[in-house]
Design a binder for this molecule. Sequence first.
Ligand SMILES: Nc1ncnc2c1ncn2[C@@H]1O[C@H](COP(=O)(O)OP(=O)(O)OP(=O)(O)O)[C@@H](O)[C@H]1O
Ligand SMILES: [Mg+2]
Length: 251
Amino acid sequence: MLSLEAICKRFGDVEVLSGISIEIEKGDTVGLVGPNGSGKTALINVVTGMHGADAGRVVYGGRDITGLGSHQISRSGIARTFQNLRLFPRMTVLENVDAAHNGLPGYNLYQLIFGDREVDKNHRQKSEWALEQVGLANERDRLAKTLPLPQLRRLEIARILARDPKLVFLDEPAGGMTQAETEAMAMLIADRVTPGRTSIVVEHKMSLIARVCRRVCVLNAGILIADEKPDVVFNLPQVIEAYLGRRIVNA
Ligand SMILES: Nc1ncnc2c1ncn2[C@@H]1O[C@H](COP(=O)(O)OP(=O)(O)OP(=O)(O)O)[C@@H](O)[C@H]1O
Ligand SMILES: [Mg+2]
């Protein structure tokens, strides 16, 4: 389904991804963990076309997508959420999901100026369905900026569900959440996001990774240091070492 073949990425003199190779089977849910700055977001950025790779290939469904732009990649059924949320704060919750269908707000200038925000009916139905999936149907007319963080992260997930992608990347879906909020997010991912899709989940909260992932890849300083089942990976010496000796189960 997705093959990352020896991906390298540099920023200036710093190599932030050093020959990362990962094979992901269709339907699998893979965790991607590692200390701050280890390259998790950079890897998502390369695969989703936000950044070019300096070396290596990304092969998706048998097709080489290395170097394609993010819009082309998005059209091929790949979607992501952002660690630093990328929403439209002054648009409503529903409008934020509508906007996801086109990658940009789905309105032309006339519609923006005259407030005639008619959207494609098919898109609107999908937006409403997606908001139901994440438990935000009742918030649809609120401005996004008024939502608390856990709901904003759900809104990001609604934006990807609305497009029904085959492959999803979640970048810290429980970032900034309490333990109870994290558990609710883990349930949402397991129930609504991963079934029928291939998923890669980046998260520091290992309880969420252990709950939703069948396999965990660990990055440290741009190098893949482990690729194992969750119960194995958290006890590997090189993983414990990467986290400075801290046991990371349920961190
Ligand atoms: N646009 C950029 N320009 C320069 N350096 C960058 C850029 N983006 C990321 N980096 C560097 O690349 C390295 C990897 O960053 P990345 O954001 O992928 O880490 P991460 O594993 O996602 O960390 P975190 O858990 O904190 O989100 C870091 O050293 C970071 O400073
Ligand atoms: Mg990151």
